[in-house]
Design a protein. Structure first.
Length: 234
């Protein structure tokens, strides 16, 4: 059996202990949204079979529903304080790619390597059409490999809430970003499983590492991996 697969199987219980219940719900919701098949486009031919008066009423009803703001400002309207508020019930996942993600990012470049497998999902608000955030799963398959699940918020009017750092937290400050992270090391006969989660803040972005796993003989290279992945610029 591959050493990596053997250690991963043995360390699964320890990985679960690092995640809070809220983290588990978040990851499961992301997995479920990826697994959902795209919705079939609705056949619009039935509109021609409706009498014109009934159709006019139906259109008017739709306009009323869309134009009347919710008490919770769940349509992305501006609240009394001028902030735009989104209802996460309206967030829709859509399969994306590195090119679309790169086009959505300003002042930030992601540096992927050829031996990395990257899965990209875009979340947008189905009411306004605004992009909210991108979910990434990055896997590097080498002898001492790592995998990482990341959320990059691309909408500065949205605060990502499905994330918490608890317990002992370390902070590193660089010239263009700050990272708060929690790291756990599971020792197994001299080969360690490094487990991390983190929040990264720059002048224009908030990035969340929901889960990071790396196999290493020492303390891992989490900070180096993050520094190599992210390039902030004006």
């Amino acid at each position: 059996m591959n050493v990596k697969k053997f250690l991963k199987k043995k360390a699964q219980a320890d990985l679960e202990s690092l995640r809070t219940d809220r983290d588990q719900e978040t990851l499961q919701r992301l997995k479920d949204s990826v697994a959902e098949a795209p919705k079939t486009k609705r056949n619009k031919k039935w509109l021609w079979a409706i009498p014109s008066a009934a159709l006019a009423c139906a259109v008017a009803a739709i306009l009323i529903v869309e134009l009347v703001p919710s008490p919770n400002n769940d349509l992305g309207d501006a609240g009394q304080d001028g902030d735009v508020r989104y209802d996460e019930m309206n967030f829709t996942p859509e399969t994306s790619d590195i090119t679309e993600l790169s086009n959505a990012l300003t002042n930030l470049t992601l540096n992927f390597k050829e031996d990395q497998e990257v899965e990209t999902i875009k979340y947008f608000d189905s009411v306004s059409g605004d992009e909210i955030y991108y979910y990434l799963r990055i896997d590097e398959d080498s002898m001492l490999s790592y995998s990482m699940q990341v959320v990059i918020v691309v909408n500065d009017k949205y605060d990502y809430k499905d994330f918490e750092l608890e317990g002992s937290i370390s902070t590193e400050t660089y010239s263009d970003y700050t990272i708060q992270y929690k790291q756990k090391i599971v020792d197994d006969d001299g080969i360690n499983l490094i487990q991390c989660k983190a929040k990264i803040e720059s002048a224009k972005y908030e990035i969340y590492v929901l889960n990071y796993e790396e196999y290493s003989f020492e303390n891992g290279t989490f900070l180096t991996v993050i520094n190599n992945l992210l390039s902030f610029h004006d």
